[in-house]
Structure formats: structure tokens, C-alpha cells
Design a protein around this ligand. Structure first.
Ligand code: ADP
Ligand code: MG
Length: 276
């Protein structure tokens, strides 16, 4: 049993305090969903867990069992068993996906795996064309293909804990279902998941044990799956400050139903705001 433990986490970007004392524990086999309006700090949380540069931790701790992660570089966190599926997966020209996974597995002392065949097997499970596996990491893949690619990597690497930052964005309904069901299978085998999403749909296939609402860098409520259902119908209104002001957080008027129709940043849109 492994536990990712986040205690009183405060994070600043530049002069702006983004996260204010976040507490969260994710153990093997559990699925924790984090939902919140755009700009509430969800990607900041995911990125700080994985050690992306550019964030200043102002308080608290992140540990994987007894291991302190905040003092460790990203590769050590990966070696310890953490995985991040990024909201906007990075293209890495000239770097082969197969070799990357091979080296990542070797770094964790896993040598007796035919990475090429495992990748083909996992791609087949989620409908990712095996022709795309010969490309450099994420290069020239569509938004949805990148998300499937992340899922295939996750399944091959078989980490202890996976953080999924809007895995569902860019996926069509069949791909969403295939990816989410594959991850659900992995949780049955012990994977712990921190799943950031805007939509209940992902959780239909990857049921959450707990749902946490993040507003303005605070977890304002935690509960069961019924919380995600409530958001789907009522939006975030109940969780927002009563004066309607929430420190710069964008709030969809009319709840999630309305925000579904609003234009959303797309991983393939060169003009989208990568921080949205
Ligand atoms: P979410 O994923 O919930 O939409 P983010 O964590 O991406 O929110 O962003 C939270 C806030 O932090 C936003 O106001 C965003 O503009 C700001 N922010 C995040 N990363 C950076 C950065 N690298 N530089 C400047 N501001 C940032
Ligand atoms: Mg985000």
C-alpha cells in the first residue's frame, strides 16, 4: 500500500498565492477527483506534485509514504512511482517514445519487459494507432491522440500513483470511455489516482471514491461521487463566496451545463491560454 500525502500545501507563482493549505491523501487503489472552476489551481497542484519548475512552495509537505517529494527532482519522483498525465502533453522532437519508456522502466529496476510489445498491447486497448508509436514523443499527434498516448504510457509504466490533469479534454466519447476504463482496471490492480476533471462523464467509467472541490486554491468541500453529480446539475454556485467574487477565478454562469457550451482551450489551438 502506497500513499501520496499532501499536507497544508501552499504554492505561489510570482507574487500570486495560488494554493492555500491544500490537504489530500491518495492511497493505492483509490480514485480521488479534484474539480473546480478554471484558474482555481488544479494544474498548479498537479504540476507541483510532479515537481515542475516555476512554482514556489510556501508551506506544507508532499510525501510518498515516508519519502519527501518536495526536495526531490522530477525524475526521482517518477522513479518513486509517480506519474503525471499533463493537461497539455509536451512534444519532444527527436526522442523515441519506446526508448523513453524503456529507460524509465530500467530506472525503476524493471528490466524484463518487452516495452515495444507492451506499448502495442496498451495502444490496442485504447484505440491508439500503433503507427503513431514510432513517432517522437507526442510529435504531430492530435489533442485526443496525445491523451491516448499518455494513457498508454501510464499503463506501460505502471506507476504507484497517477495524477491525471484533464485527461478527458480533447478525447471523443469512445476514446474517453476506453482510456477511463483502462485506468479503472489499473486501479483494481492497485493504482492510486488523483483525477482532475471538469466533467462527471469521466467518473462514470473511473468511479471516484472521493470528490474534492477546489475553489481559489482551497479545498472547500470533499464528499462522495454525489458531489460530482451536484456540480453537473448546479455548477459551483453553492461553493463560491456569497458576494460572487472569488479572487480572479473564472466562473461559468449557469453552472457546468452552460460552461459545456463555452469555448474551451484546446491542446491543438496555438492561441489557447496554456494556463487556463
Ligand atoms: P486550473 O488548472 O484550475 O485552471 P491553474 O493551476 O492552471 O488553474 O492556474 C491557477 C492560477 O495560477 C491562474 O490564475 C493562472 O493564471 C495562474 N498561474 C498558473 N501557472 C502560472 C504561471 N506559470 N505563471 C503565471 N501565472 C500562473
Ligand atoms: Mg488546468
Amino acid at each position: 500500500m502506497t500513499t501520496l500525502s499532501i499536507k497544508n500545501l501552499g504554492v505561489k507563482v510570482g507574487e500570486q498565492q495560488i494554493l492555500h493549505g491544500v490537504n489530500l491523501n491518495v492511497s493505492s487503489g483509490q480514485v480521488h477527483a479534484v474539480m473546480g472552476p478554471n484558474g482555481s489551481g488544479k494544474s498548479t497542484l498537479a504540476n507541483v506534485i510532479m515537481g515542475k519548475p516555476g512554482y514556489q512552495v510556501t508551506s506544507g509537505s508532499i510525501t510518498l509514504d515516508a519519502q519527501d517529494l518536495l526536495s526531490a527532482p522530477t525524475w526521482v519522483r517518477a522513479q518513486a512511482g509517480l506519474f503525471l498525465a499533463m493537461q497539455y502533453p509536451t512534444e519532444v522532437p527527436g526522442v523515441s517514445l519506446r526508448e523513453t519508456l524503456e529507460l524509465a522502466l530500467q530506472a525503476r529496476g524493471i528490466e524484463n519487459i518487452d516495452t515495444g510489445s507492451r506499448l502495442v498491447e496498451e495502444a490496442g486497448r485504447i484505440g491508439l494507432s500503433t503507427q503513431l508509436l514510432d513517432r517522437a514523443v507526442n510529435v504531430d499527434l492530435s489533442g485526443g491522440e496525445k491523451k491516448r498516448n499518455e494513457t498508454a504510457q501510464l499503463a506501460v509504466l505502471n506507476p504507484q500513483i497517477a495524477v491525471l490533469d484533464e485527461l478527458d479534454s480533447g478525447l471523443d466519447i469512445d476514446a474517453l470511455r476506453a482510456c477511463a476504463e483502462r485506468i479503472e482496471q489499473l486501479t483494481q490492480a492497485g493504482l492510486g489516482v488523483l483525477c482532475i476533471t471538469h466533467y462527471h462523464r469521466l467518473l462514470d467509467y473511473l468511479p471516484a471514491d472521493q470528490v474534492h472541490i477546489l475553489i481559489d486554491g482551497h479545498i472547500v468541500e470533499s464528499g462522495g461521487p454525489e458531489l460530482a453529480q451536484e456540480l453537473e446539475s448546479d455548477g459551483y454556485a453553492r461553493f463560491l463566496p456569497s458576494d460572487g467574487e472569488s479572487d480572479g477565478v473564472e466562473v461559468a454562469i449557469g453552472g457546468l451545463g452552460a460552461s459545456n457550451q463555452a469555448p474551451r482551450p484546446d491542446a491543438d489551438d496555438p492561441f489557447s491560454d496554456p494556463l487556463a
